[in-house]
Design a protein. Structure first.
Length: 390
């Protein structure tokens, strides 16, 4: 169906209708949540199937921003990104171990999940493509992240969105669940902008197929999920942008001005996620010594919870692994004793788990930076390798 002369107004109207449909599906499936086989599988799949048909047969046609004959390149980009994402999680599993999948693995369960995921995946990507290339066709720099944000909420139960009792719980949700999901949808939104819904189906289908049908899944903590879950999207956006800037692939160069900086900013923001975590009183640090083996090894990343000097006496106890400053060096050792010095002040005797004797000097409260909260095995080796002289 061709767009009439006032196509901008028509796009907005259809876009608002589509957003209303998406909101209704979210309410029915995620808020009202009928439950049971029909409510959890058949109803969501049917709603997405109906919405897909409505868009394909009744909505105005909108087009992606690459030359049609070159779109196969972006299909390959999507497949590469999906494989890279799966490989990253498998690599993480090889380092920390695997656990059995929570999804059904019998033939009937696999068929049900295929039915459910297939219709949901196609429905979301067809809807996403129309929103990005229709409603937000004039402002892709706004539409791509906004569309990604909207569809991110379909990736986890509504109950996960709440006020958490501790800052750590909030950080775990943001880093381990929300951020990887948002980045996945961000890349999918960029792919539909460039080449329509098919590459997004290929990319997200690869990840969903691994998650739902692989019998064993990596047993990762939230920090590993944050790092591995953002690897493929950042890689994919950089790769897709490189292809899109080739002279033979440009279709509407002016409409795409500013997207390069947007992609770059998105990538840098994700790569610096560990420093963003510091806003919530946590920060990462790469271990370059073996003094805490076997608990913490060279190349591991520790997530340290900052402690104010006035809170050290209350929060640091014997057995805690702390990080403290000695001259210009940050040391991560275990507290083995708390004693009073000659002035009656509490000081901390520390020792590396792999060391035979305690550290020579006691640690003062003002030297304590924080306590080690989480250990991410081996992922710091990249930083160590980069720091090594050529």
């Amino acid at each position: 169906m061709p767009l009439p002369s006032d196509k901008g107004v028509i796009k907005v109207r259809y876009g608002l209708v589509l957003l209303a449909f998406v909101a209704a599906i979210y309410y029915i499936t995620r808020v009202a949540n009928p439950g049971g086989f029909w409510g959890s599988y058949v109803l969501p799949a049917s709603l997405w199937a109906v919405l897909s048909l409505i868009i394909l047969f009744f909505f105005p046609v909108v087009r992606a921003n690459s030359i049609p004959r070159h779109r196969k390149l972006f299909y390959w980009v999507a497949l590469i990104c999906g494989v890279a994402g799966v490989a990253a999680f498998l690599a993480g599993g090889l380092m920390v171990g695997f656990g059995k999948t929570p999804y059904a693995q019998d033939p009937r369960g696999i068929l049900i999940n295929l039915f459910y995921l297939g219709f949901m995946l196609v429905g979301i990507e067809v809807s996403r493509a129309w929103l990005v290339n229709g409603l937000f066709s004039k402002k892709p720099g706004l539409g791509i992240p906004l569309t990604a944000f909207i569809f991110t909420f379909f990736s986890f139960p509504l109950s996960r969105i709440r006020i958490y009792e501790t800052a750590l719980e909030g950080v775990e949700f943001l880093g381990g669940t929300f951020l990887p999901s948002f980045m996945e949808h961000l890349l999918a939104s960029y792919l539909v902008f460039l080449a329509g819904p098919l590459p997004a189906v290929i990319y997200r289908g690869s990840l969903m197929g691994f998650e739902w049908f692989f019998p064993y899944l990596p047993d990762l903590n939230w920090t590993a999920k944050a790092m591995l879950g953002t690897f493929a999207p950042v890689f994919g956006m950089a790769l897709a942008y490189t292809f899109s800037q080739s002279e033979v692939l440009r279709k509407r160069a002016r409409e795409k001005e500013g997207l390069g900086s947007w992609v770059a900013v998105s990538a840098v923001a994700v790569l610096l996620i560990w420093f963003v975590v510091g806003v919530f009183s946590y920060y990462p640090n790469v271990i370059i010594s073996g003094s805490m083996r076997p608990h913490i090894d060279v190349g591991d990343i520790v997530i340290v919870q900052r402690i104010h000097p006035s809170e050290v006496a209350e929060k640091v106890q014997v057995g805690d692994v702390i990080q403290f400053q000695e001259n210009e060096i940050r040391i991560t050792h275990r507290v083995i004793e708390v004693v009073e010095d000659e002035n009656g002040l509490l000081v901390y005797i520390t020792q590396g788990d792999n060391n035979r004797i305690p550290d020579s000097d006691p640690v003062l409260p003002e030297q304590v930076l924080g306590t080690v909260n989480t250990v991410v095995p081996k992922l710091g080796w990249i930083t160590i390798w980069v720091r090594q002289p050529g």
